[in-house]
Design a protein around this ligand. Structure first.
Ligand code: TPS
Length: 221
């Protein structure tokens, strides 16, 4: 498999759902199934925090969710666990600035999708240099889903990155909802990434569909 093209990556980032077992009281598989029914285009398995599964349990849940994504033709990305991604032949890996060095991850995963969190122009350029296929930029708005999150930057950071010549596919993250999706797409993001807007929604399917509609409408303008 060759590297994903920039055009395909941008389309895949439209509605990027992130979840681990800690993000919902309900079984992760049920929430993900409903989210996929609503139109999620990319999924990241992120097991983090004190309640996170480890070892065999983590791998078993990963395989279960990966199987579900496969039936929908939605790529399955693993957060910050290159060994797990390789062991289960996931479609990609996402790493933050404090995780394993992006250049080393690229060397290990070959042509799989590589995503890197970036907070400024310098980190964006370094991610591109390291071989990232996309960058995650945020938190744009305040978030309660990441303990060690930086200060919210607002959609202006997206416009700034684009003005500085950063053309790599960008997904906006942090406090994104259907109501602020238009603002981040207009500021330069190719898609939106969410945990709580879908995982904590009373109806994950409707929540994912609302995000998909908001992204589509913002791109039509
Ligand atoms: C694609 N990250 C930044 S804010 C946040 C996370 C997990 C919480 C969002 O939750 N970009 C990508 N993947 C990541 N894991 C990160 C950045 C890191 P909520 O939508 O509930 O505010």
């Amino acid at each position: 498999m060759a590297r994903i093209t920039s055009e395909e990556m941008k389309e895949r980032l439209a509605v990027y759902f992130i979840m681990g077992s800690q993000n919902s009281e309900r079984p992760a598989e049920d929430v993900l199934k409903e989210a996929l029914d609503g139109g999620v285009t990319l999924f990241q398995f992120r097991e983090k925090g004190s309640a996170a599964l480890e070892g065999e349990e983590k791998e078993a849940l990963a395989r279960q969710l990966q199987r579900l994504c496969r039936t929908y033709g939605v790529p399955f990305i693993v957060n910050d666990d290159v060994e797990l991604a390789i062991a289960i032949d996931a479609d990609g890996v996402h790493v933050g600035q404090d995780d394993e060095d992006a250049r080393r991850v690229r060397e290990k995963i070959g042509d799989k999708i590589l995503g890197v969190s970036a907070h400024n122009v310098e980190e964006a350029r370094a991610a591109i240099e390291a071989g990232a296929d996309y960058i995650g930029v945020g938190p744009i708005y305040p978030t309660r889903s990441k303990d060690d999150a930086n200060e919210a930057q607002g959609p202006g950071i997206l416009r700034h990155l684009r003005e500085q010549g950063i053309t790599i596919p960008i997904v906006a993250i942090g406090g994104i909802t259907a109501d602020n999706t238009r603002a981040v797409i207009e500021a330069g993001a190719d898609g939106v990434s969410v945990i709580s807007a879908i995982a904590s929604a009373p109806e994950p399917k409707a929540a994912a569909a609302a995000l998909a509609t908001a992204v589509r409408e913002a791109n039509l303008r």
